[in-house]
Design a protein around this ligand. Structure first.
Ligand SMILES: [Zn+2]
Length: 443
């Protein structure tokens, strides 16, 4: 049996969909249901205009009994175990639906007008195609509702019902191409909303010791990335490639006491939101793309510190690319680009102005730039000659002899950045963006 939920959180009042899932799972495991595998935190299209936060939906599979125990979490001192394999399916989806919707109604923040929770309970897994669409494009609620009908799913959408899209799409995800994990710790009730105590130095130690984790700490911007800033119940979240390494990582981090933790399997850090486009005219707003082109208009900085440049494709179409101010030192890489450089840009497409918001860039080829380093020397006087203006040649001030541009000394200047991959810093990284650290591993 699959359970999916989404959009129970609120932008101002706190709450967090992973916390609702944690509550539901803690409750179900105490009633003879077991999670199969890890619960899943599935990030969907980050460019959806009505989502201001992470756009993450939750899903998990449950059964009445299983084989091969795995530790998936801890709730007030009690370990929560799941199983790797199903031994006995659970029936009675209605009973589970009633139980879960009751907990959800207690956890969800209906007071926020932008919170539109959704819950799906289904025996049949939802087709993977729905996930693919929901992570890359915009999916309509009607489509999802008709799909849920075909699946004989039980579902409820609250308010504008948009949470149903994420709830269904989260169930549809399978880690067939890639996956990561995140261990999330939850604060004690009385601490929620107060300043988080998570020791930066211990996070740096953890970051260096546990090599399979990523995006823990931004050393340049001194930003402790595992600690969120919203008033939600999450104390911190550690991301990595190996689930059990995250438990070791948690033991290194020094922090305030917490009520428990849970490990989620996830599509975070996988780049699954990106689609390769051959032509600029195929690029649409609200998507995320990989696009190759030649720098056409050199980078310039606009008020606010954002850096913009233009690329051109083989059809002579052009598009703006932007490294916004929060991408910090990444902007100095971008400022080094010159007209003619061949690049591959990775990023989300903004509608107005129509711009690719850079997450990464692969600099494929940089043009040679030749610069005059010394003026010619007069053959008679042995003195440096003077330029008579751009492309006008040189003249000796003493004897009046003239010579042309080719007599000066030129050198090929060393270009920075050199070809290679560059990414925005940890502090500006999107949930779905694959860190270069993970890309190197694949190569
Ligand atoms: Zn001279």
């Amino acid at each position: 049996m699959w359970i999916g939920l989404d959009d129970t959180d609120s932008t101002f009042a706190g709450g967090c969909t992973t916390f609702a899932a944690y509550r539901i799972i803690s409750h179900l495991t105490g009633r003879g249901y077991y999670v199969i595998g890890y619960p899943r935190l599935v990030r969907l299209n980050p460019n959806i205009p009505w989502k201001t936060r992470g756009n993450g939906a939750l899903s998990f599979q449950i059964a009445s009994d299983g084989e091969k125990e795995i530790l998936i979490g801890l709730n007030n001192g009690e370990k929560i175990y799941g199983y790797q394999k199903i031994k006995e399916e659970c029936d009675n989806p209605k009973k589970i639906f009633d139980l879960v919707s009751k907990i959800l109604e207690k956890e969800a923040r209906f007071d926020d007008e932008n919170t539109n929770p959704g819950l799906v309970v289904t025996r049949e897994k939802i087709d993977y195609e729905l996930y693919k669409k929901a992570v890359k494009t915009i999916v309509s609620l009607d489509k999802v509702v008709s799909l849920l009908g075909k699946n004989n799913a039980l579902y409820i959408g609250y308010k504008n019902k948009r949470g149903l899209i994420g709830a269904a799409a989260s169930i549809a995800w399978s880690p067939i191409n890639d996956r990561t994990y995140e261990l999330i710790t939850y604060r004690k009730e009385k601490k929620i909303g107060s300043k988080r105590e998570v020791d930066d130095d211990s996070v740096k130690i953890m970051d260096k010791k546990i090599a399979t984790t990523f995006d823990n700490y931004d050393y340049v911007n001194k930003h402790n990335r595992i600690k969120p800033n919203s008033p939600c119940p999450v104390l911190y979240g550690i991301r990595g490639d190996v689930a059990h390494d995250l438990i070791k990582a948690m033991k290194i981090v020094k922090s305030e006491d917490f009520q428990g933790w849970m490990i989620f399997e996830s599509n975070q850090g996988t780049d699954e939101h990106l689609q390769r486009k051959e032509k600029i005219k195929d690029v649409s707003s609200f998507e995320s793309v990989i696009l190759k082109g030649t720098v056409w208009k050199e980078p310039f900085t606009i008020p606010g510190g954002h850096v913009i440049f233009k690329i051109k494709d083989g059809n002579n179409d052009t598009i703006d690319c932007a490294a916004y101010e929060p991408t910090k030192e990444f902007r100095s890489i971008i400022r080094g680009l010159c007209k003619g450089d061949v690049v591959e840009v990775y990023g989300g497409v903004r509608e107005k102005p129509f711009t690719i918001n850079l997450e990464k860039i692969k600099i494929i080829d940089v043009v040679k730039i030749v610069k005059k380093v010394e003026n010619p020397v007069c053959e008679k006087c042995g003195k440096h000659m003077k330029s008579m203006g751009k492309e006008e040649g040189f003249r000796c001030v003493k004897c009046g002899a003239k010579t042309d541009e080719s007599k000066a000394k030129y050198a090929i200047i060393s270009r920075k950045p050199s070809p290679g991959f560059y990414e925005v810093p940890v502090c500006a990284r999107r949930h779905l963006s694959k860190p270069l650290k993970r890309m190197v591993k694949e190569a």
